[in-house]
Design a protein around this ligand. Sequence first.
Ligand SMILES: *[C@@H]1O[C@H](CO)[C@@H](O)[C@H](O)[C@H]1NC(C)=O
Ligand SMILES: *[C@@H]1O[C@H](CO)[C@@H](O)[C@H](O)[C@H]1NC(C)=O
Ligand SMILES: *[C@@H]1O[C@H](CO)[C@@H](O)[C@H](O)[C@H]1NC(C)=O
Ligand SMILES: *[C@@H]1O[C@H](CO)[C@@H](O)[C@H](O)[C@H]1NC(C)=O
Ligand SMILES: *[C@@H]1O[C@H](CO)[C@@H](O)[C@H](O)[C@H]1NC(C)=O
Ligand SMILES: *[C@@H]1O[C@H](CO)[C@@H](O)[C@H](O)[C@H]1NC(C)=O
Length: 415
Amino acid sequence: MGTTRMFRIFIVLGSAFMILLIIIYWDDVGASHFYLHTPVSPGPRIPHPPPRPKVPTTSRTPSFLNDIDAFVNQFLEPGTGEPTDVVPADSSNQSEKEERYVPRREWKIHLTPIAAELRERQEQRRRLLQEVCANDSVAFPGKNRSFDDIPNKELDHLIVDDRHGVIYCYVPKVACSNWKRIMIVLSESLQQEGVPQRDPLAIPRDLVHNSSMHFTFNKFWKRYGKFARHLMKVKLKKYTKFLFVRDPLVRLISAFRNKFEMRNEDFYRRFAQVMLRRYANQPTPPASVDEAFTSGIRPNFSHFVQYLLDPRTEKDMPFNEHWRQVYRLCHPCQIQYDFVGHLETAEEDAVHLLRLLRVDNVVEFPSSQRNLTASSWEWDWFSTVPVEARRELYKLYEPDFRLFGYERPDSILSE
Ligand SMILES: *[C@@H]1O[C@H](CO)[C@@H](O)[C@H](O)[C@H]1NC(C)=O
Ligand SMILES: *[C@@H]1O[C@H](CO)[C@@H](O)[C@H](O)[C@H]1NC(C)=O
Ligand SMILES: *[C@@H]1O[C@H](CO)[C@@H](O)[C@H](O)[C@H]1NC(C)=O
Ligand SMILES: *[C@@H]1O[C@H](CO)[C@@H](O)[C@H](O)[C@H]1NC(C)=O
Ligand SMILES: *[C@@H]1O[C@H](CO)[C@@H](O)[C@H](O)[C@H]1NC(C)=O
Ligand SMILES: *[C@@H]1O[C@H](CO)[C@@H](O)[C@H](O)[C@H]1NC(C)=O
């Protein structure tokens, strides 16, 4: 009898505590702060807001609730002793902030469903990935390993946004700047005086590629320690995962044009000098990219292909991300992508994807004004490369062709 009574008191107290928690967290639940919150490291806020004086709280949240907040947050964020930015209430001007920044949470209402052919297209691309991954006659390094066997440093291309439950695997040279911009807008990791940047095109170029702007899987280790893998797997299960790909050989042409036909000091010193020394008979290549451009002693596309095929290249270090195969960047046999975009259908895919992610009220995909490398130039570029080299190059990138449904370029490989 005594025990039943105790039990009842327990139930009542427990319910009261739950209700209290719900009241405290009601706002945060809406912004999906509560569940598995992983804020991006604050990153550059431009201009840097001056530290505000600590004012005694007369704002809407009494301070004992803040203490509970801080207390609970300790458990939600294992591994970080740093104060979280989830509890700004006592240091910032709440009323002022609320006026300036009202999050847009409503969804866009669509009267028409997503076109059947777009859904069918995604269905096919996902099915193809599964089939190729299951087909033992397509083999490539790392295909058989499990997700747990992928080293952390190879997970550095997976950008996570907890706010909307999105994971993006970025592939350089495939509209990656624009999708990174969108991830920055979604995760609100770029703030100007406390107001998140909403316009993707207003984000400066050098910030887009600054890794401090993005919370990637390889940073989980630092933040969550031994829980990292477990959390990654939970997120991979629950979040929407996407990537964008393009014809692998056209991607190589694009990389060459972008990194070696423009004055890029960094790429010149790290790669072009090596190519000139090894394949162009230049034991002392020009010292800087400007000298190379004025003297005209620069690597050409055949040198670049030779560099890719040279076994010494990967012995020195893994391929640079601009020409590393997509299967090595994004692990499509370990991660079941929900959406596979193709650059060749980028505009349609972007509209479809943003709608699928339910963020088409927040951002629009910036349409690209740049002169894209066209597939039709492929023949012009590869005509200068010996046919045996073209075939070897195809072998090197064949898994990407197979996984993402790009046809074998017969016209380039025969003759
Ligand atoms: C990236 O941003 C941080 C500041 O957030 C800055 O310290 C760092 O130098 C930047 N890195 C590059 C490569 O620009
Ligand atoms: C807070 O905002 C109000 C109104 O916007 C302003 O009058 C007040 O000075 C601000 N206080 C602080 C500490 O910034
Ligand atoms: C596996 O790939 C080979 C070609 O590499 C193809 O001939 C075969 O039909 C594929 N098997 C399945 C089950 O799709
Ligand atoms: C992967 O496993 C299959 C059998 O399941 C085997 O035939 C194939 O050689 C393995 N591939 C690699 C790269 O280890
Ligand atoms: C590239 O340079 C080499 C000399 O280093 C030359 O033989 C070859 O024809 C050049 N290829 C192109 C496409 O200009
Ligand atoms: C794009 O570049 C190609 C060759 O570099 C040039 O022929 C074409 O006119 C350019 N198109 C535009 C729209 O600039």
